[in-house]
Design a protein around this ligand. Structure first.
Ligand code: MLT
Length: 263
């Protein structure tokens, strides 16, 4: 992985392939390794740039304070700066989608297209914020194994292959409690992204796993509805991590989408 220092914090990222740059922002509590099928499958024709958010994977930081979605967005923009990439298609899975919407708020001029996968625009309600704080405290006390127990059954479809479940578990266990707690607190603070989506004039693709129970199809429809000309596609049989569970259809949909984009 390459690295860049952003205000003293080391941000690690994959940069593979050549062609149209696609920045991929991972979900919670994962790392850029969750884009393995996209790094492998899409980099034959495109340039895939996938950072570990601060506090996750091989990136540093995340020990103090909430990791707000705008912070993740600015780190990602610094990664693009370090590569002298002015404009990219920006894709995000779940929390990565929240960060993609924050990136639009930071600098929409750098976004040549949007790929929103198993995510939603709305913020947490009060009960949701309280749950995030409870989970943040529990993770600090008991470690990331708690997230495997509480989240893994909802992250992937019940009937997802054992190999996918094992891969997701291994990725979660590679994270640090501090980074996860900071991101939970950051997600609780996020703004409603619907205004940014409504203002976005570029091309957009919205993907959702048929069996996603965390951000179900209705959330995807809300986002697609406010974006002029957005394409919505359901990924048959997949849960919340459709890019890992059903990489074939997801990669094909992204590939087709990228084919129509000019920087
Ligand atoms: C994710 O997959 O990033 C999380 O489930 C998002 C969330 O907890 O809102």
């Amino acid at each position: 992985m390459k690295t860049v220092l952003v205000e003293g914090v080391r941000i690690a990222f994959h940069d593979v392939g050549q062609g149209l740059p696609l920045l991929l922002l991972h979900g919670f509590p994962l790392t850029s390794e969750s884009f393995r099928p996209q790094l492998e499958g899409l980099s034959r024709r495109h340039r895939i740039i996938a950072p570990d958010h601060r506090g996750f994977g091989q990136s540093g930081g995340g020990e103090s304070g909430p990791t707000e979605m705008s912070r993740i967005a600015r780190d990602a923009l610094a990664v693009l700066d370090s590569l002298e990439v002015r404009r990219a298609v920006v894709g995000g899975v779940s929390m990565g989608g929240y960060a993609a919407m924050a990136l639009l708020r930071e600098d929409a001029g750098r976004v040549a297209g949007l790929v929103l996968i198993d995510t939603q625009a709305g913020p947490d309600d009060e009960a949701g914020k309280a749950r995030r704080e409870d989970t943040a405290q529990a993770v600090m006390e008991k470690g990331v194994g708690l997230l495997v127990e509480s989240m893994l059954p909802r992250l992937v479809a019940v009937d997802a292959p054992a190999s996918v479940k094992a891969e997701v578990e291994q990725i979660i266990r590679s994270n640090r409690p501090e980074g996860c707690a900071a991101a939970l607190r950051g997600m609780a603070l996020r703004a409603d992204g619907m205004d940014m989506l409504a203002r976005f004039a570029g091309p957009a693709l919205v993907l959702v796993g048929e069996k996603d129970v965390i951000t179900p199809r209705a959330r995807a429809e809300e986002m697609a509805k406010v974006m002029h000309g957005a394409k919505l596609a359901e990924v048959p049989g997949a849960g919340h991590l459709s890019n890992l569970e059903s990489p074939g259809p997801v990669n094909a949909a992204i590939d087709g989408f990228l084919a129509g984009i000019k920087l």
